[in-house]
Design a protein around this ligand. Structure first.
Ligand SMILES: *Cc1c(COP(=O)(O)O)cnc(C)c1O
Length: 408
């Protein structure tokens, strides 16, 4: 296989829901009330959701509110997660505490979590990484025994289900992301679920003061959303996405290539009416889109599992996660790097989830403890992602499988 099978075509690394001109124009001319959160709540089957300008902003709203109720200062987060989670904790004047993952798993290690939870633990953040359904019950039991809140990070899992219910609703709080690359997108956006109705009012009050109207910022986001709608197609992604990835890889900067390089500045503002109407229009297609993605993923997971040496992360009993991409673990770092060397620049939608465990990011130095989190580090070193976009043909997928087999 040449470096790039087709220089005029590029697959996205995640299965984003494409937006059409009808979504954008309809949002400009209709007079439907811009209450996207209500449509999102109806989609999930929950009473109420609060719309924020990002998943990170939802976390800031939660933590800012909890700080008013408690003098506890520590927030336990997975050692392998989005760096924005640690940035949000620090932004609120709280201390991120890193919990390693269980060996070979995407769940927090219960033994480590038990050791870390104590009288200063404000909250624990079990996280549904890669759209996979995490074991929230175990983490929640440990957190609650220590008197801590449970914040379920479902940023990558909007629409996922557990055996008994809805991912994002088992914690005291649940957050979802509507950022680019996470399925349904407003370019940037977030949703917050609060289980206790009494706390809902508190969160709403916090959001009202913390997220002011910001017309210029909103105008920029609206342009970015329109740009996404226009450029999110295989013929334009080489320019809108792939060129930047390949430039970063040539520079030897995988953090930039994976889109992991975050600023410590967290934009906090309200989401405007037009973007909400775009969301209302697009969410009508989301159910069908997610079902097709799951069906495609299940077939491809089976194919990959037939390859000795590959592990593909799936869901526990009864879990029905969402499938933005397949998260594949290889036997060791060398094999993973051999595969990535060819596949990451190839325009086939192969990428990485988070490049490092949190202590590995230079820009988090001084913000997260520099300590050994071997299971999280091993996950970062041995995994890659295969995008699950509907544009990935069987031929594309076969080419990726062939490359993985050779790398083994
Ligand atoms: C993306 C992400 C976030 C942050 O969401 P934004 O909407 O990008 O602010 C938080 N946690 C996880 C696990 C994520 O993947």
């Amino acid at each position: 296989m040449p470096d790039r099978p087709n220089p005029f075509r590029e697959l996205p690394p995640t299965a984003g829901l494409p937006l059409g001109w009808k979504d954008l124009l309809g949002a400009a001319v209709t007079r439907t009330p811009p209450d996207f959160a209500r449509d999102a709540a109806r989609f999930l089957g929950v009473d109420d959701l609060l719309l924020t300008c990002s998943g990170t902003a939802a976390l800031v709203v939660i933590l800012t509110t909890l700080r008013r109720f408690s003098a506890r200062r520590q927030v336990v987060v997975p050692a392998y997660t989005c760096p924005l989670v640690a940035i949000a904790v620090a932004h609120c004047g709280l201390d991120p505490v890193l919990c390693d993952l269980a060996p070979g798993s995407l769940d927090l290690d219960p033994a480590a979590l038990r050791r870390l939870c104590g009288a200063d633990t404000l909250a624990v953040v079990p996280t549904h990484l890669a759209g996979r359904v995490a074991d929230v019950a175990t983490a929640a039991a440990i957190a609650r025994a220590a008197g801590a809140w449970v914040i379920e990070d479902a940023a990558q899992a909007f629409g996922a289900r557990t055996a008994a219910g809805i991912v994002g609703t088992d914690g005291d709080f649940g957050l979802f992301s509507l950022a680019v690359g996470k399925g349904l997108t407003l370019f940037e956006g977030g949703l917050l679920h609060v289980r206790e109705p009494a706390l809902r009012a508190e969160m709403r009050r916090t959001a009202q003061t913390l997220l002011p109207a910001a017309p210029w910022r909103e105008a920029l986001r609206a342009l970015q959303l329109a740009g996404y709608a226009a450029a999110y197609r295989p013929g334009l992604l080489p320019f809108a996405y792939g060129a930047g990835v390949r430039r970063s890889l040539r520079r030897g900067d995988p953090v930039a290539a994976a889109g992991d390089a975050f600023s410590r500045d967290i934009p906090l503002h309200r989401v405007g009416a037009w973007r909400q109407r775009v969301g209302r229009s697009a969410i009508r297609r989301l159910g069908t889109f997610l079902d097709a993605a799951a069906e495609r993923a299940h077939r491809r997971v089976e194919r990959l599992r037939a390859v000795t040496g590959l592990h593909v992360f799936g869901d526990g009993p009864g879990g029905r996660g969402v499938w933005p991409f397949l998260l594949v673990r290889m036997p060791d770092r060398a094999a993973r790097d051999r595969a990535l060397a060819v596949l990451w620049p190839a325009g086939l939608g192969v990428s990485r989830l988070f490049v490092h465990a949190l202590p590995g990011y230079g820009f988090l130095r001084g913000l997260v403890p520099q300590e050994a989190v071997p299971n999280a580090a091993s996950l970062a070193d041995t995994t890659l992602t295969i995008g699950n976009s509907p544009w990935m043909s069987e031929q594309d997928f076969a080419a990726i499988c062939g490359r993985l087999e050779r790398a083994l």
